[in-house]
Design a protein around this ligand. Structure first.
Ligand SMILES: Cc1cc2nc3c(=O)[nH]c(=O)nc-3n(C[C@H](O)[C@H](O)[C@H](O)COP(=O)(O)OP(=O)(O)OC[C@H]3O[C@@H](n4cnc5c(N)ncnc54)[C@H](O)[C@@H]3O)c2cc1C
Length: 310
C-alpha cells in the first residue's frame, strides 16, 4: 500500500471524535482529529448535564468538553482546525478534501454529529440571532424578566426550557402533541415550575417582529386549526437534528434521514470507514452513546489497519 499522511483521520471534535482520538492514540495510531468549529460539539451549548456518569453533581457542557479535550491532548492528539468538504473513499487510501488541503489516511471515523433542525416558518431566518435561538445557555441571559417561547417536547427542549426560567419571567413551552417525550424526571420538573405554561397540540406557524427583534409567535392548534398569537420577546427551539453528512452522501450508505448506516462494529458500507455518535443510525443520541460508539469505532479501525499492514 502507498504511504498515507495518517493511519486514522477522525472528522469532528465532539464527544464522539474526542473519544475516538483517545482510543486511537492509545492504540498508537498516527491520528489526525479535524474540527471545523470550536472543539466540543453540540453539548457545548448545554447548560447542565446530569446523565453522564462520573459527575454526581452534574457538569456544564463546556466544562465536560474542556476535560475531554484535555484528556485527548494528554495522549498527544491535537485537534486541528479544518472542515472536510468532500471525500474519495473509492480506493484503499482514503482522500479527504479540506478547504485548503488534501489529507490521506488508511481509515477514517466520521464523527460529525448533527445540527439543530429549523422550524421552516416565516420569520425564523430573519430573526435568527435577534430573538430566535437554539441555545439557551448562550442566549437565555439576554431574556431576563422577559416572556419567551420554547418549541419542542424532548429531553433537550424541556431541559433547556427549565434553564430559561432562571432568567425569563414566563416561558411558553409549545409542543405539537398532547404529551411530552422528555424523561419523566424532566417532565415533573417542568410541570412543577410556575414559570412554564405548556401550550399542547400546537405548532408555531410564524415568528413576528420588527427591526428591534422578535415580538411574538403565531401558533396553530393542530387539532382545532385555531390560530393564536403569543406576545414573546424570544423564541427558542429544539425540534430535532439534521446529520452533518452532506460531504459523504455519495460515498457511504445513509438511511432515509441522512444518518450513516453502520453495523455493531460501527463499520459503514465503505471498508475502513466508521461512523460514531449522533451522525450514525442509532436509537439514542447522547454523550454516553457517542463515547461508547467511538470506543468501538477506534478499536475496530485499529484492527482494520493491522490487516492492511499484515
Ligand atoms: C441543547 C442540548 C442539550 C443536550 N443535553 C444533553 C444531556 O444533558 N446529556 C447528553 O448525554 N446529551 C445531551 N445532548 C446531546 C449531545 O450533545 C449529543 O448527543 C452529543 O454531542 C453527540 O456527540 P457527537 O460527537 O456525535 O456529535 P456533535 O456533538 O454534534 O459533534 C460533532 C462535531 O463535528 C464537527 N463537524 C461537523 N461537520 C464537520 C466537517 N465536515 N469537518 C470537520 N468537523 C465537522 C462539528 O463542528 C461538531 O463539533 C444535548 C444536545 C443539545 C443540543
Amino acid at each position: 500500500m502507498m504511504p498515507t499522511d495518517y493511519d486514522l483521520v477522525i472528522i469532528g471534535g465532539g464527544p464522539a471524535g474526542i473519544t475516538a482520538g483517545i482510543y486511537a492514540a492509545r492504540a498508537q495510531l498516527k491520528t489526525l482529529l479535524l474540527e471545523k468549529a470550536a472543539p466540543g460539539g453540540q453539548i457545548l451549548v448545554s447548560d447542565w448535564i446530569e446523565n453522564y456518569p462520573g459527575f454526581p453533581e452534574g457538569i456544564s457542557g463546556a466544562d465536560l468538553m474542556m476535560k475531554m479535550a484535555d484528556q485527548v491532548k494528554r495522549f498527544g492528539v491535537s485537534i486541528d482546525s479544518g472542515e472536510v468538504k468532500s471525500v474519495d473513499l473509492s480506493g484503499q487510501i482514503k482522500k479527504l478534501f479540506l478547504t485548503d488541503r488534501t489529507v490521506t489516511a488508511k481509515a477514517i471515523i466520521i464523527a460529525t454529529g448533527a445540527s439543530p433542525k429549523k422550524l421552516g416558518v416565516p420569520g425564523e431566518d430573519e430573526f435568527y440571532g435577534k430573538g430566535v435561538s437554539t441555545c439557551a445557555t448562550c442566549d437565555g441571559p439576554f431574556f431576563r424578566d422577559s416572556v419567551v417561547a420554547a418549541v419542542g417536547g424532548g429531553d433537550s427542549a424541556v431541559q433547556e426550557t427549565l434553564f430559561l426560567t432562571r432568567f425569563a419571567k414566563k416561558v411558553y413551552l409549545i409542543h405539537r402533541r398532547d404529551q411530552l417525550r422528555a424523561a419523566r424526571i424532566l417532565q415533573e420538573r417542568a410541570f412543577a415550575n410556575d414559570k412554564i405554561e405548556i401550550i399542547w397540540d400546537s405548532a408555531v406557524t410564524q415568528i413576528n417582529g420588527s427591526e428591534a427583534g422578535v415580538q411574538g409567535v403565531s401558533v396553530r392548534n393542530v387539532k382545532t386549526g385555531q390560530i393564536s398569537n403569543l406576545a414573546v420577546e424570544g423564541c427558542f427551539m429544539w425540534v430535532g437534528i439534521t446529520p452533518n453528512t452532506a460531504f459523504i452522501k455519495d460515498a457511504v450508505q445513509l438511511d432515509a434521514g441522512g444518518f450513516v448506516v453502520v453495523n455493531a462494529k460501527m463499520e459503514s458500507s465503505a471498508p475502513g470507514v466508521y461512523a460514531a455518535g449522533d451522525v450514525r443510525n442509532t436509537p439514542l443520541r447522547q454523550v454516553a452513546t457517542a463515547v461508547g460508539d467511538s470506543a468501538i469505532a477506534a478499536t475496530e479501525a485499529a484492527k482494520y489497519i493491522e490487516t492492511l499492514e499484515a
